[in-house]
Write a protein that binds this ligand. Structure first.
Ligand SMILES: Nc1nc2c(c(=O)[nH]1)N[C@H]1C(S)=C(S)[C@@H](COP(=O)(O)O)O[C@H]1N2
Ligand SMILES: [Mo]
Length: 201
């Protein structure tokens, strides 16, 4: 059983579970405002520098899970396509192009924002957004699109997937209590912003 499953991490698929996905034939389009738009095959993608972010995915629905997320920094990906400096947003599209979400480029360029394909050294399974998902620990989990097929550099802030209407677009993590999945779902207080420490630590 995968580590995420062992921790009983909730599985969200607002648009419906995608079913079995083929890692080896997965392609990721990186386009929009950049000098060198590219579609990466899976071998090309995993040949990009690998980074590990020890960080938490925290959902507005009140759970938080920590692990070593492994993948490609969005900053490195945008470097590879020579994203136009001065671009304002990055938009992520999930498999079948139904779910999409947009984040400010300065958040996308931060150290721990990844296109993640591993959790605690294991390949991400479909349930949790495999083969590869957005991972942005600085914002609520709905900004971490699963099973990403396209990354777009843009100047437009377009509201994401319609189901998310009602959740604020800036998605800043707010103080409150969340279930810590690393501690069997224990309800714990968090401060505003990225969850690095709980207030009861
Ligand atoms: N494609 C897709 N990505 C998605 C979602 C979704 O419904 N569909 N849910 C989001 C929400 S609300 C959260 S909290 C996280 C949950 O990730 P998990 O299902 O791996 O726990 O994925 C985000 N990415
Ligand atoms: Mo969420």
């Amino acid at each position: 059983m995968s580590r995420l499953k062992e921790l009983r991490t909730p599985i969200f698929w607002a648009e419906g579970h995608p079913g079995k996905l083929n890692r080896e034939s997965w392609v990721i389009e990186v386009s929009g405002l950049c000098a060198n738009p590219r579609t990466f095959t899976w071998p090309e993608f995993i040949a990009l520098p690998k980074s590990i972010a020890d960080a938490r995915l925290t959902s507005v629905t009140r759970f938080s899970v920590q692990g070593r997320w492994g993948g490609v920094k969005v900053a490195d990906l945008l470097d590879a396509v020579q994203a136009d400096s001065g671009s304002r947003y990055v938009r992520f599209w999930s498999y079948r192009m139904i779910y999409d979400t947009t984040i400010p480029i300065e958040v996308a360029l931060r150290e721990r924002t990844l296109l993640a394909y591993e959790f605690d050294g294991e390949s991400l399974e479909e349930d949790y957004g495999g083969p590869v998902r957005g991972f942005c620990p600085y914002l609520w989990g709905y900004k971490s699109a699963k099973s990403v097929v396209k990354v777009e550099v843009t100047d437009d802030c377009i509201s994401g997937f319609w189901k998310q209407q009602g959740y604020p677009d800036e998605a800043l993590i707010r103080a409150g209590k969340v279930c810590d999945m690393n501690q069997s779902g224990r309800l714990r207080p968090i401060p505003d912003g990225e969850v690095i420490r709980f207030l009861d630590e």
